[in-house]
Ligand binder design. Sequence first.
Ligand SMILES: [Zn+2]
Length: 666
Amino acid sequence: MSSDLANNDFKELVRSRTDLVALVGESVALTPSRGGAEFKCLCPFHDDHTPSLVVYPDRQSFRCWACSTGGDCFTWVQEFDKVEFREALETLAKRAGLEMPTYAGRRQENAVAKTDVLDVLAWAENEFHQCLLNSQMAAPAREYLKERGFTAETIAKFKLGFAPNDGQWLIARGRGKFPHEPMETARLIKKSDEGNGYYQFFRNRVLFPIRNDKGRCVSFGGRVLPQFAQPGVGKYINGLESDVYSKSNLLFAFDAAREGIRKTGTAVIVEGYTDALISHQFDVTNVVGVCGTALTQAHVDRLKRFAPRIVLMFDGDEAGQNAAEKALANYLSENIDLRVLVLPDDQDPDEFLFAHGAEEFRRQIHNAAEAWDFKLQTEVNRHGLESIDARHRVLTSMLELLAKVPKLRGSVKEDVILNRLASRTLLSEQVVRQRLAEARSSRPEGSKGALPNHNVAAAGTPHRGPETTARTMSAPSEGLGHKSHRVDSAPANRSLCFLDRSLSKGDLMECELLEIIFTDPATLDEIRREIGDEDFYNEQTRAVLQVCFDLLDHDETPTFDRIIAVIEDAALKRLIVWIDEQARKKEISAKLKDNLTVFNGASAPSYLAQTLEPIRFRRAEQQHQRNTGRLAQQPDARAGLNSNAKALLEQATAFHQKRAAKATLP
Ligand SMILES: [Zn+2]
C-alpha cells in the first residue's frame, strides 16, 4: 500500500481543516450547479473552453471529465502547484494554521520510540509464545499446528505464538511494564472506537513472528484456527505497517534463510508463512515468504545481493498465475535468473514436502522453468499451437508483455527471447519483430514505462512538469461503452492510471463492483464471501480492493473518505474519484435499493449479485482453460486417465454446463 494505514494522523488533521471548495475557489472561479451539490470551473490542467472540472463538496473530491485529472485536496495542490505530496501537505497545513511536525523533531522522537517499540514487540512475542506452549486457552492452537505438521523444534525456533480471544489479555500482562504508547506504535493494541479504551489487535489467532534482518520481531502474521473461520473474515491477518515494519521491504524468514540463500545461490519465494517454515523444517533453508503483499522491487533488490537466481513458487490457481505474470513484467529486464515453479497437482509447498520429501522438493526447485518459458507454456496451454490463428494468439500475448518492458529494447536478452519465440510459434523471426514493433507503437505514449506499482511507488508521487501543455483525451465515457480512451500526448512523468488507455471488459467489471462498495461499504462483507482480491486482474483496481479489505481487517468501515485518505498514489486517486463519479451518475444507490434477491442464503440486492456474477464466471472460465491445458499435457493417454485427470475432466464438464446455461439466459 502506498501509505501506511495508521500513520495518517497529521495528514487527516490537515484534510479535516481544509474545505476543497474554498481551496479550489482561491485559484479559479467556481460556479455552483445542481443546487450547490456540485461546483464547476474551467479546468486549469488542460486547455478548457467549457467548464469541465467538477468539485463535489460532499465527497471533498474533484474531477475533470475531459482530462480526468482528479483527487482530493492534496492532489489539487500537487497538480496546481506542481509539487510533490510532502510539499502539498506543508502548504495545506500552513493554510490551516497547523504547524508541521518538524523533521528533526520527528527523527529524534522516532529514535527513542523505535527501541521502545522493538522492546515491546520482543516482550509480546515471548508472551504469545509462552501462551502457545503452556496455556489451556491455546490447546486448539497446539492441536492445529500439530495437524499441520509443525514440530516442537520449529515452533520453538521460530517462536510461534497464540493470541487468546480476549481483547484485554496483552494489555493486562503489560500493565506496569509498558505504557500504551509503544504498544500502540507497535500495532499490538488499538484504540477502541467508542471511547478511551484500548484493545488487542490480534485475537484468537496463531501468530507467526515477522523479523527484520537482525532477527528482531517487528510484527506478526496471524492465522485464524479453522474451527473459528468465518466467511468474510480473512484466514490470515497481517500486522499493520509501523515505524519498524514495512511490508514492501521485509521478507518473512529472511533472517533464517540468508545463509542458505547465499550458499545455494538461489532464493525461493513462497506465499505462505506455513510454506516457508515447513521448508525450513525439512532443512530447505533458502526459502522466504512475502508477507501478504506482492513481490516488490525492494524484495528483489535485497535478494539479488545474495543470490543470482530467484525462484517464485506460486500456487497453480489464477492468483499464482497472475502473480507470476506480474513479476515477469516487472522484473524481466532485471539482471536476475527469474524462475517460476508450480508444483505438480497444484500442491502447496508444505503438502508437497510431506508427500515427497526434501530431495524431490529440491529437485523441483532446481528444475524450475525460466519465467519467460513458464509464461510461454501457459499461453500455449491456453491457445494451443495447432492453427496459425492459435499461434498468433500466443505470439500476441507474449509480445504485449514484452512491450511493457521498454528497457529490453535492443538488448541481447530481447534477441534471445524473440528467437525462441519465433521457433516455438513456428513463425519467422522477421514476423515476430514486426509484430513487436506494432505492439510497442499501439501502447499509449505515456504508458511505455511499466505501470506504477503501488507497492513500490511510495511517497514520491510523480507529477507533471512545468512544460505541461494541453492534452487531448476523451474522457472515459459514462456507461460501459468499449470506446478507446487514448491519451494522445500525456506528459512524461505523469503517474499513469489505466483510465489513460482503453478499458477492457474485465476492467469495467471490476470498476462496477468498486462502484457498489463506494456507494454502500456494508456490501463488502457480502462481496468478500464471494471473491478475493486475486479475482481482480487489473493491478490498480486490485490495489483499491485490497485497501478496502485491509480497512475491514482493521475493523474500519471502508467508506470513500477512508479509502481516499489511505491512498497516496496519484493514479489510484484519479481512478477512485472517477469510479465514485460513475457510481453517482449511474445512481447505484437506487439500484442497490430495489429488487432484493436471495443470494448466498441471505437477501441481497439483485444488482450486487448481477455484478458479482461475471467476475465469478471469469474465475471459473480461467480454471477451465487451465484444466484443459493440463489435460492436453497428460503424459500417457494409453495408461488410462489418472484420478487427477478424471477430476479435471469432471470440472471441465461442469463448466461446459455452466456456460451453456449462461448462453440460454435471456
Ligand atoms: Zn481538465
